[in-house]
Design a protein around this ligand. Structure first.
Ligand SMILES: Cc1cc2nc3c(=O)[nH]c(=O)nc-3n(C[C@H](O)[C@H](O)[C@H](O)COP(=O)(O)OP(=O)(O)OC[C@H]3O[C@@H](n4cnc5c(N)ncnc54)[C@H](O)[C@@H]3O)c2cc1C
Length: 308
């Protein structure tokens, strides 16, 4: 059987797209390993429109329930897509499990994942003092010493999250200035708990059962120092999950799928993308959902033209 559309991803972009695809009566297959996307780990989301606050877990549940209202037209397969091939006007998606599905159009909503430091001890102590979500894990640092690694907004916000819990916060950045919004930067500057360590990068994370210290290197003097602490929050950005389409559609130097922001079309006719996997300037739940909707409306127009 050939679907009209295969949607990859069950985050806000994929879920919003699936609801709209169902309402447009497109014969759709949604492939995802989970619903909710990246903010599922968040305790409290305050900017999902229509809910003044909601946990990531509840948001995921609501997205899944909403998609399932379209079960007449939208089938769900749990898993991850591994390969997409195009032959004439037909796409074949093969999953990690080895199943293959055909469709006339593809919508990529496969999001992104947190960037890692790739240093000694990082993997070993992941979840045992090495964290990637300050919003989620800052409370674990109550009365303890922690470091935040990074220099953008997410690092600065990480420091703010920690201020209510940690005794001391080291903010370690490899450059000599930060790239965050002025309000957050000011809050960080004002706090007596924060010690900035600039022009430095963390080279090793040490511990026994949990993290006990980190080693950082001053990039100018090459001097290495060890800091005793209990937690490291890695806030150095995200990597788009675009590996499976890198040889198929145009991506930019950051690996983001390049789209036409009017229609969400990629460089390949028949493939659309939205959300954090794309070169959209702002990465947010509402934006992903909205751009997912935009893509489906354009896909619907495209498929209708095809059947004329
Ligand atoms: C800790 C944290 C807190 C955040 N808090 C907020 C907030 O408060 N407000 C806000 O607006 N934004 C927040 N964000 C950002 C927001 O989560 C993202 O902008 C949003 O999730 C992007 O949605 P998306 O659908 O594009 O992708 P994602 O949410 O990344 O979803 C991608 C989906 O695709 C699936 N997938 C990946 N690869 C494949 C594949 N090969 N095949 C099939 N499926 C695949 C994934 O499992 C996932 O379901 C937060 C992000 C993080 C990390």
């Amino acid at each position: 059987m050939e679907y009209d559309l295969i949607i990859l991803g069950g985050g806000p972009a994929g879920a919003a797209a699936a609801v709209y695809a169902g309402r447009k009566k497109l014969k759709t297959l949604l492939i995802t390993d989970s619903f909710g996307g990246q903010s599922i780990v968040s305790d409290d989301i305050h900017n999902w429109i229509g809910d003044k606050n909601i946990s990531g877990f509840d948001l995921a549940k609501k997205l899944e329930e909403h998609v399932k209202t379209q079960k007449e037209d939208v089938e769900i397969q749990t898993g991850l897509a591994e390969k997409i091939e195009k032959k004439d006007k037909t796409f074949t998606v093969t999953t990690k499990k080895g199943d293959s599905y055909k469709a006339k159009a593809i919508f990529l909503a496969i999001g992104s994942r947190r960037r890692k430091l790739e240093i000694l001890g990082e993997k070993e102590f992941e979840g045992k003092g090495v964290f990637y979500c300050s919003t989620c894990d800052a409370p674990l640092m109550k009365g303890m010493d922690a470091a935040v690694v990074g220099g953008g907004n997410s690092a600065l916000e990480g420091v703010v999250d920690l201020m209510s819990y940690a005794k001391k916060i080291y903010l370690i950045h490899r450059r000599d200035e930060f790239r965050g919004d002025p309000v957050t930067q000011e809050a960080v500057e004002k706090s007596e708990k924060v010690e900035k360590i600039l022009n430095s990068s963390v080279v090793e994370i040490k511990g026994d059962k949990m993290v006990t210290s980190i080693v950082y290197e001053n990039l100018e003097t090459k001097e290495k120092k060890e800091l005793k602490l209990n937690g490291v929050f890695v806030e150095i950005g995200a990597i788009p999950n675009s590996d499976i389409v890198k040889n198929l559609v145009e991506t930019n130097e950051r690996g983001e799928v390049v789209v036409d922001h009017k229609t969400q079309r990629t460089s390949v006719l028949g493939i659309w993308a939205a959300g954090d996997v794309t070169d959209v300037m702002y990465k947010q739940n509402n934006i992903s959902a909205g751009d997912g909707v935009k893509a489906i409306l354009n896909i619907n127009d495209y498929l209708c033209k095809e059947c004329e």
